[in-house]
Design a protein around this ligand. Structure first.
Ligand SMILES: [Zn+2]
Length: 135
């Protein structure tokens, strides 16, 4: 049996990065000037303006900067409560996404990526990226 497809394969992959092979990598980019970014884009470096950007698999690990627990959500696609987290990846970029589970988290916590099963609008079973506190 093969694993379900990813919900957003342009943004992450099941395999880890070279620096963190144990957790799914985020797919970002890097410039010759050293600027590392996420999500991937082709508009040019946000720091120096160069157009020659390389793709880079970013470490699926980082430090929690902030979190927000959402108890009432106007959208019909996601049931509250849930928690949004801002994580500074070890590779530099800040990612804002969902926390997997209901564990309490605190700024400074080590966080890692994981893939969780989700159902898309068409009812297909897919995998989406979340962060969890590192055990
Ligand atoms: Zn640059």
């Amino acid at each position: 049996m093969t694993a379900p497809d990813l919900l957003k394969p342009a943004l992450y992959r099941a395999e880890g990065s070279d620096t963190d092979p144990d957790h799914p990598a985020l797919l970002g980019g890097a410039c010759e000037c050293g600027h590392v970014f996420f999500p991937p884009q082709t508009y040019g470096c946000e720091r120096c303006g160069r157009m020659s950007l390389a793709t880079r698999a970013l470490s699926g690990a980082g430090k929690l900067l902030a979190s927000a627990r959402v108890h009432l959500h106007g959208g019909k696609t996601r049931a509250a409560p849930f928690t949004i987290v801002s994580v500074r990846l070890d590779d530099g970029p800040i990612v804002r996404t969902l926390l997997a589970g209901d564990d309490a988290v605190h700024p400074g916590d080590r966080m890692v990526t994981m893939l969780v099963p989700v159902t898309n609008a068409e009812g297909a079973e897919l995998l989406d990226l979340r962060f969890v506190p590192q055990r």
